[in-house]
Design a protein around this ligand. Structure first.
Ligand SMILES: Nc1ncnc2c1ncn2[C@@H]1O[C@H](COP(=O)(O)OP(=O)(O)OP(=O)(O)O)[C@@H](O)[C@H]1O
Ligand SMILES: [Mg+2]
Length: 248
């Protein structure tokens, strides 16, 4: 099972949207996909169609086979779960004490999945550390604006610290998301990223697409809600690119 952490130093880059749609695109390619939500916002469930009244999740139950939900979209899913601020703080403190907790839980999972996608909160925190310490690959989601670009070195430092020392880690890539069709600044950010790290750039970007918000309002991944929309097609290409490079 290949483990991919979806990360970004800045909030709102599109990690959760990307995780859900990539998962669905991979299921459409006959991959068996598990998603774990390591973000206390517990928002991935909105993308993957979990019943709104459901409170179960890894914060209370941990990461194990019995905690897996079958989403209506064919993706297996372990939500973060609903919890009080005190419970979340206790959990975070326990993670900080045991940096390989998630990696060990995943190793003990009984299930036949080809790919595991881990959705994470933004920034530098114990959830991202755990995810990077478990991952084979990391996708760094970047919005094409100055703040996203300027905060990237902090994520690279985390990857260098938590992921790269492990022999199992295969590397990270940048993915531009919410790329406007006409924006000088966005194209300048892309040019700067290419100049800095062309070998790390995924050779496509996900367009900014109003259908993304409509899909979320309907509690469906965009790939289900509007499969022919621009960002849907981008997610499909992304899944093809990833599967090809995972096999390499
Ligand atoms: N390609 C896109 N086109 C248009 N809107 C998008 C796109 N991707 C994400 N969005 C919008 O951007 C916002 C943030 O997306 P999302 O919640 O997926 O980001 P996130 O990185 O998971 O955020 P957080 O850091 O809070 O976890 C949402 O309103 C979402 O609908
Ligand atoms: Mg998110």
């Amino acid at each position: 099972m290949k483990i991919i952490a979806i990360v970004s130093p800045k909030g709102g880059a599109g990690k959760s949207t990307l995780t859900a749609n990539l998962a669905v695109a991979m299921v459409q390619r006959e991959m068996r996909v598990l998603v774990i939500d390591m973000d206390p916002q517990n928002a991935q469930r909105l993308h993957l169609g979990l019943d709104a009244s459901e409170t179960a999740g890894l914060v209370r139950e941990g990461v194990h086979h019995e905690a897996v939900f079958d989403s209506p979209f064919g993706v297996a899913f372990i939500p973060f779960g609903a919890a009080s601020d005190d419970e979340i703080e206790e959990f975070r403190a326990a993670l900080a004490e045991d940096p390989s907790w998630l990696r060990e839980c995943i190793a003990g999972l009984h299930g036949e999945w080809d790919v595991l996608l881990i959705d994470t909160p933004p920034g530098a925190n114990a959830y991202v550390e755990q995810s990077l310490a478990a991952a084979h690959r990391a996708l760094v989601v970047v919005q094409p604006d100055a703040a996203s670009y300027l905060t990237l070195p902090s994520m690279v430092q985390m990857i260098e610290h938590y992921a790269e020392p492990r022999a199992a880690f295969e590397g990270y890539h940048y993915l531009l998301n919410q790329m406007p069709q006409r924006s000088k600044l966005a194209h300048e950010v892309r040019a700067m990223l290419l100049a800095d790290a062309s070998d790390k750039m995924i050779p496509l970007a996900i367009h900014k697409d109003a259908a993304v918000a409509h899909a979320l309002a309907n509690e469906q991944p965009l790939l289900e809600y509007q499969p022919g929309s621009m960002a849907s097609l981008d997610f499909q290409y992304l899944a093809d690119w990833l599967l090809e490079t995972l096999e390499a």
